[in-house]
Design a binder for this molecule. Structure first.
Ligand SMILES: [Zn+2]
Ligand SMILES: [Zn+2]
Length: 279
């Protein structure tokens, strides 16, 4: 009766050979949920023992390209592997329907080729898009998912999520600075997964377009402060900006340590974290 979190992709928008794009798998009770669908998501899913066909829903934190650029691969793979029509729910903030419509337009030639080629494939991808506000997203079979507004302005609206099952809880924060919605979700959570940025390193790069990213991400300090304020058990760092130098994990963790004395996990692709912890 645990919740298991697998960091599928811990990369940021810049391509990296060992970090896929933003995506996190959450297994809670009988539910398998995918949060965001960045670069390489299907490759990492199979490495985590999951297929798009197994997903109960794809849940998007926001519509930045690094969080959705391989959503089409999830949709296509789910569709071509299904033996009968199977609906894939896609939840996300307002704007998700428009993005999915555009994606389906892009896939139209492929969908027509495959339907023409396979006698037993007679249906198009079955998607059910639900645009969300704050509140309960899902409450089924002992698994509850709650959304709250995050703050990634000028990107808006954006959402963070709390997943609850059997007394355990996980927060998938997405890209956000500290805010009331995030604090609410994080209160007493077992696991808090936060995309983070090192402002000391980013501000040292003489490139304004890169420095622009500082104002709408949680710094490592801020993530640690949110974790401490909320009394979470485990803080998980993901989507690290800039891409961490090899062997630098301790440096990032040391910054957290100044503000938070719980468990800290420095995320790499396919890092697993569970609530309760696996003995
Ligand atoms: Zn973003
Ligand atoms: Zn991002």
């Amino acid at each position: 009766m645990t919740i298991e979190v697998v960091l599928l992709g811990t990369g940021n928008p810049l391509p990296d050979a060992s970090r896929a794009g933003a995506a996190t798998l959450v297994r809670a009770g009988a539910k398998t949920l995918l949060f965001d669908a960045g670069r390489g998501v299907c490759m990492r899913m199979i490495a985590a023992g999951a297929l798009p066909l197994m997903l109960d829903a794809v849940v998007l934190t926001h519509l930045h390209s690094d969080h959705i650029c391989d959503l089409n691969d999830v949709v296509t793979t789910q569709w071509v592997m299904a033996q009968q029509p199977k609906t894939l729910p896609i939840f996300g903030p307002v704007g998700t329907q428009e993005v999915v419509n555009g994606m389906l337009a892009m896939l139209r030639p492929d969908v027509s080729y495959r339907i023409a080629h396979h006698d037993d494939l007679t249906w198009e991808p079955q998607l059910e898009v639900k645009e969300l506000g704050a509140g309960v997203v899902l409450d089924d079979n002992g698994v509850r998912v709650v959304a709250a507004a995050s703050d990634h302005r000028p990107v808006e609206p954006t959402l963070a999520y709390r997943i609850e099952h059997d007394g355990n809880s996980v927060v998938i924060a997405g890209d956000t600075v500290p805010c009331a919605g995030l604090d609410e979700l994080c209160a007493g959570a077992d696991i808090y997964v936060q995309t983070v940025l090192r402002d000391d390193l980013v501000n040292a790069v003489p490139m304004q377009r890169f420095r622009d990213t500082v104002d709408y991400h949680s710094t490592v300090e801020q993530a640690a402060q949110t974790a401490a304020r909320a009394g979470v058990r485990t803080l998980v760092l993901t989507h690290q900006i800039p891409t961490p130098a090899p062997g630098s994990a301790d440096e990032w963790i040391a910054i957290v340590r100044e503000h938070f004395d719980g468990e800290v996990v420095f995320g790499e692709d396919l890092t697993k974290v569970s609530a309760p912890p696996v003995a």
